[in-house]
Design a protein around this ligand. Structure first.
Ligand SMILES: C[S@@+](CC[C@H](N)C(=O)[O-])C[C@H]1O[C@@H](n2cnc3c(N)ncnc32)[C@H](O)[C@@H]1O
Length: 250
């Protein structure tokens, strides 16, 4: 598949401090400053995937574009693994990812985890969201949409992560891409801890909200667990945090 990613003259490629800085620049700088946005908008795969998902997602365009680049140009370099999303709300980002994965990677599944009834109770020391936020989901209509689209690789998993994650992980076995988009501290922490042991070597862990003004609880998890405890450096901080899960942190 022909790549339209920018080349960064003079930058050295390879893994440094547990992430590929060159590739992080290609995506982040490329979208923000390097004219990549216009190229993605012309990509038929992006256009088709967004067309069927746009009425169901609240994700920002830049975040969706970065996920698109990761799926289209980067996860094929990793050992095979499935995709998991923690926080799917009305299913838009999951439908988007499932469409792209179905076109590019036969056998790859997208597990989309959510209560589909809104947030659980929140920690008011740190989280601005409240119990029941994002509760306006018609789960039956979402199931119907997924079926109508023929997305047989998209598995909607209804329930709080704490009661669904174990069986999802044993079904999936290996994860190459984890999208953590659940906004609040306990859920983001649980998601990271729950998926980390199942990540393939070099797998991508993406945090949708840890750099968003309304989600300091998500930021706290990145600070406490990934940066301080696990000693990780990020591959991207814009448009969202991207970390790599290497077996041996270099
Ligand atoms: C910002 S929304 C997800 C947006 C979605 N990815 C999109 O693109 O439109 C966050 C979701 O996280 C879910 N959530 C938060 N904590 C959860 C938990 N512990 N278990 C299940 N779902 C949870 C909420 O129900 C909500 O639908």
């Amino acid at each position: 598949m022909e790549s339209y990613l920018p080349e960064l003259n003079g930058m050295i490629q390879g893994i440094r401090k547990g992430r590929n800085v060159y590739e992080g620049y290609q995506r982040g700088w490329g979208i923000q400053f390097g004219g990549l946005k216009e190229k993605i908008l012309k990509d038929p795969l992006y256009k088709d995937a967004f067309a069927i998902a746009r009425d169901r997602t609240i994700m920002s365009e830049e975040n969706r574009m970065n996920i698109f680049l990761l799926l289209r140009f980067f996860i094929d370099k990793l050992p095979f693994g499935h995709i998991v999303e923690y926080g799917s709300y009305r299913g838009g980002s999951a439908i988007f990812m499932a469409y792209v994965a179905k076109k590019l990677y036969p056998g790859m599944k997208v597990f989309a985890l959510d209560s589909y009834e809104g947030m659980p109770s929140t920690d008011k020391n740190v989280d601005a969201h409240n119990a029941g936020d994002f509760g306006d989901v018609d789960f039956h209509a979402l199931q119907q949409r997924v079926q109508d689209l023929g997305l047989d690789n998209l598995i909607l998993v209804k329930g709080f992560f704490e009661s669904t994650n174990d069986s999802v992980m044993s079904q999936a076995g290996k994860i190459s891409f984890a999208h953590i988009d659940c906004d609040i501290q306990p859920a983001v922490r649980y998601s990271y801890e729950g998926v980390r042991p199942f990540m393939v070597d070099g797998g991508y862990i993406v945090f949708d909200d840890a750099t968003v003004s309304s989600c300091i609880g998500a930021t706290e998890v990145v600070e406490d667990l990934l940066i301080r405890r696990d000693g990780l450096n990020s591959e991207q901080i814009w448009p969202h945090f991207v970390f790599r899960a290497f077996a041996n942190e270099a």
